[in-house]
Design a protein around this ligand. Structure first.
Ligand code: SF4
Length: 366
């Protein structure tokens, strides 16, 4: 088992790219500490001791969805007690001047009009021009394209015109037809997801990419997922960050418990080593928990996402983490991990570097 870690260390020193077999052997390795150190070495070469976060707010305008994916605890149907729909006024109530980013995703709503979606962005953009709008997964972009009979380019162009800055990375789940047929047979698969992100990149819209792990996928499927992303990134250079999302079992009973901390850290570390063309690897505290996310900052991650404000999707599946964190808590979490906190915007431009031991003051530091 040590052989693979020696081989990867040698490849890193020669700036040689890791292969599918290397990644699979790394998943089989038991030496998580050394694996984490190798990934940390790669992270430090890019970002030194820095770790990024953003003052953001998640907004999920509705949980009503035309689909009923087997692994999803969030979606519901109109008329059910937990169904909700936000007005534009309610969306605006969730925005505030200190935010840098809103992250907007939700169910595939059966009735909302194209104008409603555009008006939502216009309203945010005109009342809060400093907020960057990161919105709609490729699944939603595909849905809008079909529902409103617009090309993908036209959907993105019209959103861009009213303030869209970036696409989030959700909806990718895991690029495996086997898993798609079992868990989300009516949702787009890998070819369409990758095509939409490729179009976005061509139009100058940066995007992120996720991997949902810890359900029924194999290590081969995890690695193949990352490699498909690496191939597209070689072509477009449009991805900003890769975000492994630990599956929250909730009430769906796809699995009985969440992936272990070891699985979380291995996935982060292997992502950092394999995705040599991705600038950022994110340890998403909402799914990993604060403690594992802070350890992940020593295993290849350079970002822990943000304040969030009100997380609904993972908490519909009983995520144990809080629904939001203050800026002070994020700064403290990063400092406790021995890193320098760097506040960023949605496009990973630096907003503020929190140098050691300088207390932070902010309107979201309650
Ligand atoms: S995963 Fe997305 S598309 Fe599927 S049911 Fe849930 S909200 Fe709808």
């Amino acid at each position: 088992m040590a052989a693979i870690l020696d081989r990867v260390a040698q490849k890193l020193s020669q700036q040689e790219r890791l292969t599918r077999d290397d990644a699979l052997e790394l998943f089989a390795s038991r030496d998580v500490i050394r694996l984490g150190r190798l990934a940390d070495q790669v992270k430090r070469a890019r970002w030194s001791n820095q770790a990024h976060f953003v003052i953001n707010r998640q907004i999920n305008p509705s949980n009503i969805c035309v689909l009923s994916c087997r692994f999803c605890d969030f979606a519901t149907k109109r008329g059910r007690p937990n169904a909700y729909e936000m007005t534009i006024h309610e969306v605006l109530q969730r925005c505030s001047p200190e935010l840098r980013e809103v992250h907007i995703v939700g169910g595939l709503h059966p009735d909302w009009t194209w104008d409603y979606y555009l008006e939502m962005f216009r309203a945010i953009h005109s009342q809060f021009p400093q907020i960057q709008i990161k919105a709609w997964t490729a699944v939603e972009i595909d849905f809008f394209s079909k529902k409103f009979r617009l090309s993908i380019e036209e959907v993105l162009r019209q959103f861009q015109a009213v303030g869209l800055a970036a696409l989030p990375g959700g909806g990718a789940e895991v690029f495996s037809e086997r898993v798609r047929k079992a868990l989300f047979p009516f949702k787009i698969g890998a070819p369409r997801w990758l095509e939409i992100h490729k179009i976005a990149h061509r139009m100058g819209i940066p995007t992120n990419a996720t991997l949902l792990y810890g359900h029924m996928e194999t290590y081969e499927e995890r690695v193949d997922h990352m490699l498909k992303l690496r191939i597209l990134q070689d072509e477009t250079h449009g991805f900003m960050s890769f975000i492994p999302l630990a599956y929250q079992p909730g009430k769906t009973k796809v699995v009985t418990r969440q992936a272990s901390a070891i699985e979380d850290l291995k996935t982060i570390a292997i992502a950092r080593l394999l995705l040599d063309n991705f600038p950022h690897i994110k340890a998403y505290w909402v799914t990993m928990g604060e403690e594992i996310a802070s350890v992940a900052l020593h295993c290849g991650a350079d970002d822990i996402d943000g304040t969030i404000g009100e997380e609904r999707i993972m908490h519909a599946a009983d995520a144990a983490s809080p629904v939001s964190l203050t800026r002070d808590r994020l700064v403290e979490l990063i400092r406790e991990a021995g890193c320098t906190p760097v506040e960023r915007d949605a496009l990973y431009r630096t907003v503020h570097v929190y140098n050691d031991h300088v207390p932070c003051e902010s309107p979201v530091s309650q």
